[in-house]
Design a protein around this ligand. Sequence first.
Ligand code: SF4
Length: 310
Amino acid sequence: MKKIILANPRGFCAGVDRAITIVEKALEKYGAPVYVRHEVVHNKYVVDGLKERGAIFIEEIKDVPEGSILIYSAHGVPLSVRHEAEAKSLTMIFDATCPLVSKVHVELKNLHRNQYQIIMIGHKGHPEVEGTMGQVNGGIHLIENEADVDTLPIPHYAEKIAVVTQTTLSVDETKSIIAKLKSTYPNLRLPKNEDICYATQNRQDAVKEMAKVCDAIIVIGSKTSSNSNRLKELGENLGVKSYLIDFDYEIDSAWLTDVQSIGLTAGASAPEVLVEGVIKKLQSHGFSSIESLNVIEEHMIFALPSGLRD
Ligand code: SF4
């Protein structure tokens, strides 16, 4: 019998849940419109739904009218954006930056204050990376892969040198880059706790387990979602055909030829309603049995900002 193997955990993490709730509560409490700097989370379905309810997504603070309510996205913002927003007469600003991203900001500012040269592992142009690097005025080197380590303009004997990472990278790739950094810079200071967040780690662990028992993997998430892309890449690296889709109608029946068991997961910004849609679609293709693959239970919850608590 053809079966669906459903990854657990999958989908929303605590940071995404908090960020979406902040926009929803701001709309409920203060009415539309509310302005959100950048997509609050990288998911088309979520963003379109919030737009319908009156959220306006902007990239530049100059596009926020005076007297408006502004929300920063879950990815965080550079200090320059905060300063620009604070210089305007806005009614209120809510910060939906994930607390795990804020933790990296604090860590980075401490390192900078203590005159460390800082290396950030992350993807160039990703808003989280721009937000994190923008916490200090220069002195950070961004690298994306092991090869970039060789291009760093930092002497091997540097004493004050530290590394931070984007929260949603590939766990394995990050480990190998850090290993190379350690062998290049003996005095490298590592983050106190791993910067890769629990949700990224857990969803990748679940894909590793799924890859052992599935013929193909579908990841639900948007192309702009870093953690969703990493899940797809991980499946492929483990030798299993993997597909990243936003919606059930993107499934190509050719993907299902000769597939007896298909793994299904969702990135941290993809809501469960989209998983349900994909399950129905797969059922219509004869995948009549569903098994849950439980890797770890998650209980993380992040508090809302004081102005939006019930
Ligand atoms: S993926 Fe991790 S860092 Fe990003 S919002 Fe979720 S919990 Fe926060």
